[in-house]
Ligand binder design. Sequence first.
Ligand SMILES: Cc1cc2nc3c(=O)[nH]c(=O)nc-3n(C[C@H](O)[C@H](O)[C@H](O)COP(=O)(O)O)c2cc1C
Length: 837
Amino acid sequence: MLVEKSKQQNRFLLLYGTATGQAKAICEEIAEKAPSFGLFADLFELDDIGKKFNFEKEKCVVIVTSTTGDGDPPPNAEKFMRRIKKRVLSSTYLAHLHYALLGLGDSNYSNFCRCGRDMDARLEALGAHKLYPPGFADDGVGLEIVADPWLKDLYPALQKFLGIHPTTQEPVTETVPCKSHSKANKETDIEGPPEKSFEKLTLSAAGKDGTDGATPNRESKIPVSVIQNSDSLTSNGKSTEKADLVSDSAQDKEKSINVSETSTSIFENGAEGDSHQKEEEDRAEISTDKQTKDPSGAILTDTSAAGANIIRASNRQQVHCSNGACVWSETLCELMRDISQVATIDSSPVLTSNPALSDKDLTVPVLPPAYLDISFCDSSLKLPSLSYQNSCKLPSAASEVFNVAITEAKVLTAVGAVKKTLLLQLSLEGTGIKYSPGDSLSVICPNSSSEVDLLIHRLNLEDVADQAMTLTVKQDTKKRRAAVPAHIHPCNSTLRYVLTTCVSIRDPPSKALIRALVEYTKEDNEIRRLQELCSKEGTQDYTRCLRQSHVSLLDFLCAFPSCLPPVETILEHLPRLQPRPYSACSCQDATPDHLDIVFNLVKVEANPAEGRYYHRRGVCTGWLNDITAPLQRGDKVEEAIQIPVFVRTNQHFRPPADLNQPLIMIGPGTGVAPFIGFLEERRIARQQLEEARNSYGETWLYFGCRNREKDYLFRDRLAEFEKDSTLTQLRVTFSRDICAEEENATGSCSETSISSDGCPPRYVQDQMRRDCADLARLLTEKDALVYVCGDAKNMAADVAAAFEEVLQLEKGMSKDDAHMFIMKKRIHKTYLEDVWL
Ligand SMILES: Cc1cc2nc3c(=O)[nH]c(=O)nc-3n(C[C@H](O)[C@H](O)[C@H](O)COP(=O)(O)O)c2cc1C
């Protein structure tokens, strides 16, 4: 049908570049809505250029692209970028083309929306014309703040350009508002103008205008009693909605990656690990730091294993009353209180708007059409060998998926350290894996079994969770291009398996999901609050309450006890569970048989005041910690502990081939990981090239941690690198070792410098300022390569600011000039970041 319609003059080309699926989801939404505006989209990846579309012949193009890595194009936009960047192309090459562009990025990264910006500049330089100004949406504060208005302007701009009269628009038929009073809007919204992707809810005094039934107008009246109810609830609110990543298209399927045998055993290991873990030790560690690179943008945390045990041991009564959902939720809350001694749910900030929205009209998204049907076979299923996520293409995979054995698990931090840091040694034997320092290894992990248990319990699905499940597309769905999400097995699997391995249950619920939940909620005050949270007016509330507080689906459902959605709705909206990348902390030339990764065990405590009702750990780090518990204890394991992994290459963040080239590496905490590989490689190259000994470029490393005795990672190895001059300068700062005298007494002199006030520098950037003469010389005279690895939010920006200060102080540059100097280095890829949120 699409092909046929594509021939029509109301067709446009719709292209996306994505690393984790958000740009694709936005494009799918555009394609879905286009027919309502009399338009038809041909949807492709940017890198389908030359294969599925001919850019030279297109006249109207819409592009949505994210940025990944360090300002790089996503993997499926690289070829496109190379094509349009060809120098031979003239300034009129694309003069026939009109385009609209939406860039996605995150302002926590230095190169905000670099790919979108570069693409826009390049298209313009090639003579293409903008349909209207590009949008650059920030995932750090909420994509929809920019994306929604940009999307609103898109259809009229396309209609105008393609000469489609606005009156030829089809009505939006899927607009259905909420259940009780807002149910009233269903019918009226069906009539509503198609450009409205939101339905309007108007509040008025009770009884003034049939508050409960359907009203003929678009604006329905919500009784004051309801408003007061919603006010009496407790909560706060915040930001952005992550686009759903649900429907990966069939074309994404690549050759089957069968990791199920291992995956299954690993998931069992996970559950086992849950019960074995050293709770005492774990409880001593409290950290809210996000340590792993998380492509989905979600905090990596995990449920306490104790939860599962409590749940398993509990007597799960199914009490049916007029409000069954409520009963389930209360039971759940009881369980959660046991786990974490949390306060009562009704103290949740998720429940109260701030600033108050109770007296505001709300513009809420149209009800996304339901499109999945689920059926269960009566008997429980012994899971067959399943391919991971239904063989759906894995983002950024530069290699096949391999099952690798964990041969060693070492705790690098001392007892009492604030965070526990683990080093895992992974055997490469028989895998053929090739990697270079700077590359990452993505670990395919399951969700926490206890969290899945809790979710199944909350959704009242225990009876069917282990039965054979079949997912199909609803016959009468209004969703265009509806398909079972490509990363979910449509049959021969179980709900427990899908919730464990295919979908992300830790992300805050999207606005589209919240809108759908309205339909399955009984209590008026909860309905109103759900409407607020998914409304345009509640954007700030959504960001604060859900995104910034890292509220999970389970937290959210606990806050809304009368909400009991069918699991199909949940599966329609949950994003795909993403693999977690970790920098290689080794060098293949030095240790060909294994690859090391290092990470902090992420922990987030329950905090009802922020809407989190249960203690959790990183999805991946918690799991890895559990399954390696025997290795950490030094126990002998009979069967190898295997995990599925794949390699992610990094084109730029790698040591220079030329040993003469000076480099400055900044890697506090686990940010030091890639530099261990860098230094190993340089050491070997230096040994091999005798002559290089005389012209070896200066090699500086800045490392920072809290305490010298507790979390100085790789202390001995760094000392060895320093001793054999692989490292020419090692600078280490300790943020919590405050006494300068003590430092002097115990520290090695080369590690840290004491200032005239007797205080050692606390952070790497403090130390950098003290080295300003050397750093300025290295930057301006030697064009040293700079590598920064670690936390994006604070450290990376502070380090860049420190470099700029150094240039101002030592070279007399103005603030702007210093900024420009570093900016140029970024553009020339001599200032590189590998950072995470
Ligand atoms: C590993 C990683 C690197 C990123 N690097 C950048 C960056 O350099 N600049 C930027 O603006 N955003 C960066 N982002 C943010 C993404 O562009 C943003 O989250 C976007 O919404 C993702 O869209 P996608 O799912 O379509 O890839 C990065 C995200 C990840 C996970």
